[in-house]
Ligand binder design. Structure first.
Ligand code: ADP
Ligand code: GN1
Ligand code: MG
Length: 380
């Protein structure tokens, strides 16, 4: 996406229903997709109020109105449920701030789309696990999110990115990117390309089961990385699930797996020293426990059994997506330095190899948790 100008941002700000006088506006967060800004207003009573403003990435989300329809639908639904259970809907779900015309997003004079959310106060999103309990709490919150949306009318949700976790189609797209070699980089990454080609079975695994009708589609988040959850500063609990752009029907194992590939890694997603990268079995177990609990008995035995496969599939898919983007000239994920997408790809493939090494251990952990769950819910 082209860069935003300050004028463009000011135009957007002028078109939302904000209270008070703007005293600061700055880039915010570490998302790879949208442009996020933190706005600070001085209110009439004298206090300061933060707000989130985002320019939606319209190259990634080609139908922003449909995307916002999903978000308004899902957040209104969550709000009702949170109110019913006596929670605080201003902190426990995203809240869309309307434009001055009462719409959910503003289209500026350059054709860019902007939306704004209430700021989740007294909470932080983490880029790495600093305290293991944060990871456990994030698992509970993502599981709980899925549970709350279990009866959401899935057929009303637009598919905001076609085939988002269709790993089989992504494999085909990858092969095309190699053939096209748009950025002239394929020759530099022969080993990584071979790694993908050797994992065609991984790419097909879930899609084949899904086509055979063996897996339930649920309303899932589909982008469950740790920095898409706000952790309460005082209680250390996962207070709010954010980044709802990809809430669509999907697989529970993928929501589990995407969280593992990011949060259970012992290094950053773009770490260059691959000797630091591995999948922590302690964090894997902690997250699995929290996720099963958060889903409160709703996951089937098969879904639980396939959780290690979810971790491997999402890690492989993400690595393949980073490599595809590298081959296409870094047009999808934001990069802040040269080769960042290649570095990201390499950490993911290192994790896949590590998971393959630890496969039996991962299965054992999951069997143990599955047995505990059966005992807890009196199943079987
Ligand atoms: P992206 O799609 O680019 O990842 P996100 O919606 O995840 O964008 O936002 C990027 C970051 O901005 C988040 O990781 C979080 O730190 C912060 N953020 C987003 N929405 C809010 C909010 N409502 N309140 C507080 N912080 C937020
Ligand atoms: C993107 O938006 P963000 O940064 O939370 C991406 C995810 C990837 C992730 C890799 C819409 O997530 O699918 O797993 O980067 N989101 C989209 O870090 O493509
Ligand atoms: Mg995000």
């Amino acid at each position: 996406m082209t860069q935003t100008t300050n004028g463009q941002r000011a135009e957007a700000i002028a078109n939302f229903r904000y209270e008070g006088r703007l005293i600061d506006a700055r880039s915010y967060g570490n998302g790879h997709i949208n442009d996020t800004y933190l706005l600070t207003f001085e209110t009439e009573k004298g206090g300061r109020k933060n707000t989130i403003l985002q320019r939606i990435n319209k190259e990634v989300f080609t139908k922003p109105e449909e995307l916002m329809e999903n978000i308004v639908g899902v957040t209104s639904y969550l709000r009702e449920q949170i109110e019913k259970s006596g929670g605080n809907p201003e902190r426990e779900t995203l809240n869309v701030i309307p434009t001055t015309e009462g719409k959910s997003c503003y289209v500026d004079s350059k054709g860019d789309y902007w939306r704004s959310y209430l700021f989740i106060t007294d909470a932080v999103s983490y880029d790495k696990v600093e305290k293991p309990e944060h990871f456990y709490e994030s698992a509970l919150a993502f599981g709980n999110f899925q549970r709350l949306l279990a009866d959401y009318p899935a057929d009303t949700l637009h598919e905001t990115i076609k085939g988002f976790h269709d790993t089989k189609s992504r494999f085909a797209a990858f092969k095309k990117a190699v053939e096209k070699d748009a950025a002239g980089r394929a020759g530099l990454v022969k080993d990584e390309i071979q790694f993908v080609l050797d994992h065609e079975d991984t790419a097909n695994y879930f899609m084949n089961l899904l086509e055979a009708g063996e897996l339930p589609l649920r309303v899932t988040h589909n982008d469950t990385k740790l920095n898409n959850i706000m952790i309460d500063n005082e209680t250390d609990k996962g207070v709010c699930v954010i980044d709802l752009d990809t809430v669509m029907p999907g697989l529970a194992m993928n929501d589990f797996g995407d969280a593992i590939r990011f949060g259970a890694s012992t290094a950053a997603e773009d770490e260059r020293d691959l000797s630091l990268v591995s999948c922590s079995m302690e964090l894997f177990e902690l997250y699995a426990k929290g996720y099963i609990e958060g889903c409160a008995g709703k996951l089937t035995e098969r879904e639980i059994e396939l959780m290690p496969m979810g971790a491997k599939t999402m890690t492989f898919e993400c690595g393949m997506r980073f490599l595809t983007d590298y081959l296409e000239g870094d047009t999808y994920f934001k990069i802040h330095r040269e080769n960042q997408n290649l570095d990201r790809c390499r950490t993911q493939f290192t994790l896949v190899k590590d998971m393959e090494k630890k496969w039996e251990q991962m299965q054992e952990i999951i069997s143990r948790l599955s047995a505990q769950k059966k005992a807890l819910y009196n199943i079987g």
